[in-house]
Design a protein around this ligand. Structure first.
Ligand code: RAM
Length: 356
């Protein structure tokens, strides 16, 4: 097992643009944005020590998602390295407004930073601005909030690379031919929507002229709904050759359905999954290949970035750098985005080297 393999290859990649899908700012009733300090106004001091006793809170898309648990636990452990305290709180569903009451409570409790995997880029914006008005730093990770509502975004990989590589992966397994579908998370999820935008763009290339996207379905990052959505797709589109589920919840539920159905070995399922959730489906032949990054490193990097922000080592401006513990020096890119590294492809030959 060599978990470092995922990070050893990390390199700065072309930055993917973060799209804001879902709820619009105008459609969400929220308090007027409080005055947040402009990142440009403050000056970063890269030599400032990490402040002692920092209080951070991780707010994932939902607490009962094994992927989010891995990310947040790694961030909580990282805080111990710099003598800070971190906790995880969050909703049990990934709906657009489910995180608002948690942001408000964390703001009242007076944390130094809130780290959020936003369920909806805009629904969380008003509450996040209120938190910033009280001096709380906001780090989005995994799924971005609207960029005016957070200080920095820790992206697991270049959004463009994730989207395009998912199409390439599926194409390589279906001979670039046939009907395909996407089983996504929620309809508002910033990360999935951005990836899907790049998947659709990739499909316009001539080499994919015989591949046709027939449907984008949403399992809402709910295991049972993702299971029944997979079943529904396969029944509604009998010519389906492949499904991409760019969500760890979706791909594992989809694999569970396919493994016990007549579609096993006939319809290709790929996407983004954790090796531990997908191992049995790779071993039983339901899934050949899927991708991900190291979720532990994502939480670790987000935790150090929050500490650097609160301590004044960085302000969120492009070009600033900080040291992210064992991950080394990291630099802020365009729009306050920091990219962890490239996605990695898992298959039968390597899956047993990974334990997360
Ligand atoms: C699910 C969530 C998460 C996403 C992963 C790949 O766990 O939707 O946001 O990054 O899948």
């Amino acid at each position: 097992m060599n978990p470092l393999r995922l990070t050893a290859v990390a390199a700065l990649l072309a930055l993917g643009a973060a799209a804001c899908g879902g709820t619009t700012k105008d459609s969400v009733k929220s308090a007027p944005p409080a005055q947040a300090s402009s990142p440009a106004a403050a000056k970063a001091n890269p030599d400032a020590p990490i402040k002692q006793g920092l209080k951070l809170a991780f707010l994932p898309k939902q607490i009962n998602n094994p992927y989010e648990t891995i990310v947040d636990n790694a961030g909580i452990d990282a805080a111990k390295e710099y003598q800070g305290q971190a906790k995880e709180v969050g909703p049990s569903d990934a709906s657009a407004s489910s995180q608002i009451s948690y942001i408000n409570t964390l703001t009242q409790q007076g944390h130094d930073a809130i780290l959020i995997a936003a369920n909806d880029a805009n629904a969380v914006c008003g509450p996040l601005q209120q938190a910033r008005g009280k001096g709380i730093k906001i780090v989005s990770y995994d799924s971005d909030a609207a960029k005016e509502c957070r200080d920095i975004f820790i992206n697991q990989a270049s959004s463009e690379e994730v989207g395009r590589s998912q199409i390439k992966l599926l194409a390589s397994m279906i001979g670039s031919k046939g009907d395909i579908a996407i089983l996504s998370a929620t309809a508002n999820a910033t990360n999935q929507n951005t990836w899907i935008k790049y998947m659709k763009d990739e499909l316009t290339k001539p080499e994919y002229k015989d591949m046709k996207l027939v449907k984008v379905a949403y399992g809402d990052d709910d295991d049972q709904k993702s299971f029944t959505q997979t079943q529904g797709l396969l029944q509604a589109y009998p010519n389906l050759k492949g499904i991409i589920a760019p969500t760890t919840v979706g791909i594992s539920a989809g694999a569970r359905y396919i493994s016990g159905s007549k579609y096993k070995g006939k319809v290709v399922l790929t996407g983004l999954g954790t090796p531990n959730q997908m191992r049995q489906f790779v071993k039983d032949g339901t899934v050949q290949k899927f991708a991900l990054w190291n979720p532990k490193d994502l939480g670790y990097l987000a935790s150090y970035a929050a500490a650097a922000l609160v301590s004044g080592q960085i302000t969120g401006a492009e070009g600033e750098s900080f040291k992210a513990g064992k991950l080394g020096s990291r630099t802020i890119g365009k729009d306050g985005e920091i990219i962890l590294g490239p996605p990695f492809t898992f298959d039968a030959s390597n899956i047993d080297q990974f334990d997360f």
